[in-house]
Design a protein around this ligand. Structure first.
Ligand SMILES: *[C@@H]1O[C@H](CO)[C@@H](O)[C@H](O)[C@H]1NC(C)=O
Ligand SMILES: *[C@@H]1O[C@H](CO)[C@@H](O)[C@H](O)[C@H]1NC(C)=O
Ligand SMILES: *[C@@H]1O[C@H](CO)[C@@H](O)[C@H](O)[C@H]1NC(C)=O
Ligand SMILES: [Zn+2]
Length: 403
């Protein structure tokens, strides 16, 4: 209760303060963007500034904290101004109630299938959002999902590339239609597909095994077992793999605008574009679960699923905690805050959709080799058995909320 209200006040303050600053006009955004400039927000409440493509890449390489607001500046400003007077959404969730149906489905979650997916995913030189290999990885994800759907045609599920006009890599959106209420509020599960290795991001090696190969393959596997188990949700369920988002875990300080980048690794733009789209088209979202890094257990610590307390919905976190207790063998805790919109859930949260981030452990115990060529499955602490629990959690989340 307190948290969303505080947020509304922060938004209001931002909108008010920005009205006294220099106006950035539609024409200016069009012209500058066409020349390859990026509009970057470095702190909540501060006016965003223009940076060239080269300057932006250099900031990404340095893991600077910013959000690219080029595509959403105007929509978000308009939305935030409106939300100042809007009733805040209240969400509550019933206890888990589909144990009988879900148990056999998550019983089919396969470690070797996930390992096979990750081997393929990490074999692309990198999954940078502007690199041809980043685009190839997104097509591979689409094809992998399409192959699963082909095996279960009566599911009526579909998958498509979500094209981002400003860069090469696509996001991927898979949809399982609602059988009772096809236009009902959507349950969304997300992960980001892009990866960065440091240095020259176009060419440097970026296996991105933990960040976010793990979340990506957890969702592929959750999708597969749900299809196999003939999951027919009453309301729509969607799986998203976002292009461009890797700066996330380095602290893109999420301003009131949004984290933007399909590349989570470059400012959450993929998820930002999709969430802005849904908001604009009045799509109701019941819940959003983001998986971003699910394998690393710091040596000497006990494995825990750690829910991020900031930029997330506390009621949905509590609900997902009960899913962890009911459907997995894991323990869960609340992490210390990451302090910024550290992954794509923030793109949804900041647009007033309930979202959560069950992270691989306490934020202070984060895998330190992400965003380097060393982010592989061979890192000491990389735990497949820990990551497996997130695939079960994802399948249970989709089932309980979609059913
Ligand atoms: C959480 O649930 C409680 C009880 O249903 C409700 O009063 C509260 O407003 C909810 N909070 C949010 C952020 O939705
Ligand atoms: C689990 O997998 C087994 C073996 O392929 C299959 O026979 C069974 O129907 C599956 N169960 C569900 C719920 O998908
Ligand atoms: C991990 O280690 C195994 C065994 O030493 C090796 O075969 C494999 O190539 C390594 N994988 C990576 C990604 O480094
Ligand atoms: Zn990430």
């Amino acid at each position: 209760m307190i948290y969303p209200r505080l947020l509304a006040l922060v938004f209001a303050a931002c909108v008010l303060s920005s009205s006294s600053a220099r106006e950035i006009t539609t024409e200016e955004i069009k012209e500058k963007a066409a020349l390859g400039f990026h509009l970057l927000s470095f702190a909540a409440g501060a006016e965003p500034v223009w940076k060239s493509e080269e300057e932006t890449d250099a900031l990404v390489s340095k893991h600077a904290h910013f959000i690219d607001v080029t595509d959403t500046y105007e929509d978000d400003l308009a939305y935030k101004a409106a939300s100042f007077v809007k009733e805040l959404l209240v969400v509550s969730y019933p206890p888990p109630s589909h144990q009988r149906e879900i148990a056999p489905i998550i019983g089919n979650v396969s470690l070797s299938t996930m390992q096979g997916y990750l081997t393929k995913l990490t074999s692309f030189n990198n999954r940078y959002y502007k690199a041809p290999s980043g685009q190839e990885a997104s097509v591979w994800i689409r094809n992998t999902v399409a192959d699963v759907i082909t095996q279960y045609p009566t599911s009526k599920a579909s998958v498509s590339l979500y094209v981002h006009p400003s860069w090469l890599q696509n996001s991927i959106v898979a949809k399982i239609p609602g059988s009772v209420n096809p236009n009902g509020a959507v349950t969304i599960l997300g992960a980001h597909m892009d990866s960065i290795g440091g240095g020259d991001l176009m060419t440097s090696r970026a296996p991105g095994a933990d960040d976010d190969g793990t979340g990506t393959v957890n969702l592929l596997e959750a999708f597969r077992v749900l299809m196999k188990g003939e999951f027919r949700p009453a309301t729509p369920v969607e799986f998203h793999w976002y292009a461009l988002s890797p700066l996330a875990m380095y602290g893109l300080s999420c301003s009131y605008y949004m984290c933007r980048y399909s590349g989570e690794e470059a400012g959450l733009r993929g998820s930002g574009a999709i969430a802005a789209d849904y908001k604009k088209n009045n799509v109701q979202v019941k819940s959003m679960l983001q998986l971003d890094m699910t394998a690393y257990v710091k040596p000497g610590t006990q494995p825990v699923i750690a829910f991020m307390p900031d930029y997330t919905n506390a009621n949905l976190t509590e609900f997902a905690g009960r899913l962890v207790d009911t459907y997995t063998t894991a323990k869960w805790v609340i992490s210390e805050p990451c302090g910024y919109g550290c992954s794509d859930h923030a793109s949804w949260h900041n647009r007033d959709y309930p979202a959560i981030l069950p992270f691989e452990g306490l934020f202070s115990n984060i895998n330190k080799v992400i965003h380097t060529p060393g982010d592989t499955v061979n890192v000491t602490g990389f735990s497949w058995s820990h990551s497996l629990e997130y695939a079960k959690l994802a399948a249970a989340f989709a089932y309980e909320l979609g059913a």
